[in-house]
Design a protein around this ligand. Sequence first.
Ligand code: HDE
Length: 729
Amino acid sequence: MATKKTSTDSGQQPENDKTQKLQSFTNDAEGQYMTTNTGLKINDDQNSLKAGDRGASLLEDFILREKITHFDHERIPERVVHARGSAAHGVFKVYDSLSAVTKAQFLLDPSIETPVFVRFSTVAGSRGSTDLARDVRGFAVRFYTQEGNFDLVGNNMPVFFIQDAIKFPDLIHAVKPEPDNEIPQAASAHDTFWDFISLMPESAHMIMWVMSDRALPRSYRMMEGFGVHTFRFVNKEGVASFVKFHWKPILGVHSVAWDEAQIISGKDPDFHRRDLWDAIESGAFPEWELGVQIIPEEDEFKYDFDLLDSTKLIPEELVPVQRIGKMTLNRNPDNFFAETEQVAYHLGNIVPGIDFTNDPLLQGRLFSYTDTQLLRLGGPNFHEIPINRPVVGVHNNQRDGHMRQTINKGKVSYSPNSLGANDPAQAKESEGGFVSYPERIDAKKIRARSKSFFDHFSQARLFFNSQSDPEKNHIVDALSFELGKVKTVAIRERMLGILSLIDKNLAAEVAFALRIDVPQDPALPLNHGMPADADPADYDSVMIEGTLTSSDALSMANTPKDTIETRKIAFLTADGVDGKSLNTVKSALIAEGAIVEIIAPRLGYVITEDDEQIPVDHSYLTAASVLYDAVYVPGGTNSVATVEAEADAIHFLNQAFKHCKAIAADAQAIQVLEATYFVKKLPADFSEENVLKEGLVVSDDASELAAKFVLAIEQHRFWDREKPRKIPA
Ligand code: HDE
């Protein structure tokens, strides 16, 4: 019998402790015979067992029954939120010991490489929905540490919509497709979402983030991540401090335009999933630095917001983010279902040295994650699914249940016991046993919200004030779009009331687009989440100014713009293209880590002026400008004439201009640019200063063009092109 392999060979991508352990569960059919699930070799997988070759199928056909039964049961419920996601394996390393603040071992030793499995997701859409929805992105990281799994289940925005977990089902019911007609999919632009939000002033800050370009990442690899809640670090001496977790992407934080996002949703709804997969396959491993903001216990009440309130962030100006380590994603999963779908994160998975706080959102989440996995993964043994197993041993007296895999030996499944030497034994704290931080609590049992949670607007204002002008315009446009899709005028008005409490100009601009008036004196508490017996006066929002008026870290305009690594550049070509220019610019871009794709009227190859055949990646039929970061038109008399006459190519350029991308052309190809509408916008000269301002490069020297083009692509986008606010294409 042919037996070439026993387990999956996962190519060139690096192994770590966890991926090696996963190997024993992987299966590779290469060189193997087909069998039933009981190992019987199958002779005919094409025909069912019948009474004669035209006869009825026979119930006896156990092979048919097994195959169809398994198929019938292939689906499991999708996650109730974050259903759409993509994941990757990687490693994390701390830069220096953090022993001063935590005893978590994986944060103590720079020589320890901790395996991670990271899943990115959208929140509202179903499993098959577009990656480019305007939405929050999940950023869930599992560290497989030597002390057990630590899950940092975060988002790409540092705050949340609500303050108390009891409102989560309401929030999600409001944003999901409306229950009567299941419309719209993966979108918040509808009545129920804005109805709820307009009655929940506490969501004002998060709404600013979700209406900003942060909700439209260029790539998962170009997003920040946040633990959102305040957690606790505890050191060996038992001294605790508060901590906020951040992930800072090495490639900077970048987004696409809303118009572009909507087009990508049609052209390539798997845009982010493909981007992550391709980057890792090509060896361009995505990287983030882990950052922490540490607040000593005694500073708990130092700020004009409450550290336990998840609708607030701690401005980096008040507590700087210390970068403490780096995470690298270097390996794609072998199987989407087994790994990405079955991974079961839980922010209750912690290790000694890390602990919770009383944030009421965090506390509710501690219940929800295990509960939801029980339904989704079908029983209490989901921790035995390979991707969920820790890299260290699991020993306890939990037994049995659906699909139990572990074969526990012996008679003893209780503690204390004498028949099994009282094992498994409890671990002392000094032996690594987890001991909860002994926080003092002396309180009445009440359902209530602290007054310190009632300032809903100052950080929403801080966020808005911190944005660049183009970013502010995008927020105005996003709100005008979303509220424009809301049919109930009263909801639009109520939302304008909320916006006016954040920023009067913001409210006025959105009101202008909707052609309605901003309510002069928006009533608060706006009938929002009050207990039945409450006095409305007790629920009034607190209006404070906040100590900061602006924070640089909140604007993407301030993100590092120093690399074109992994950026995708389209070359618009046709037969007769100038091969020398093409190759010079291509080599220069590739040397900087970019990806070049050749687009031509037909697939196969294009022929250069010098009769060189250059492979074509896409025809104008399958390519789309929204799938690239920048575009270049090489010269060559025949090529230029063909490209100029190709309507799809001109649309490609017009759209790239509209989406504020870098565009370059050989001087010989200027006639192509002359066929675009933005020919009028070409600057008088292409000095470096103008290139950095306009993002347009024309030159008759390919090397010079390439150097300037790189500078332009590094800028990501030239949002100032939108100054007249409306661009055709
Ligand atoms: Fe989640 N969330 N969440 N969430 N969450 C889930 O757990 C929940 C919240 C986040 O890639 C569910 O396994 C409640 C904040 C991510 O598999 C569920 C509340 C943050 C993921 C759940 C929140 C998150 C989830 C659904 C309010 C950022 C995807 C499937 C108290 C800090 C993880 C699942 C993955 C998933 C409950 C709010 C992040 C239902 C009750 C705040 C990244 O248990």
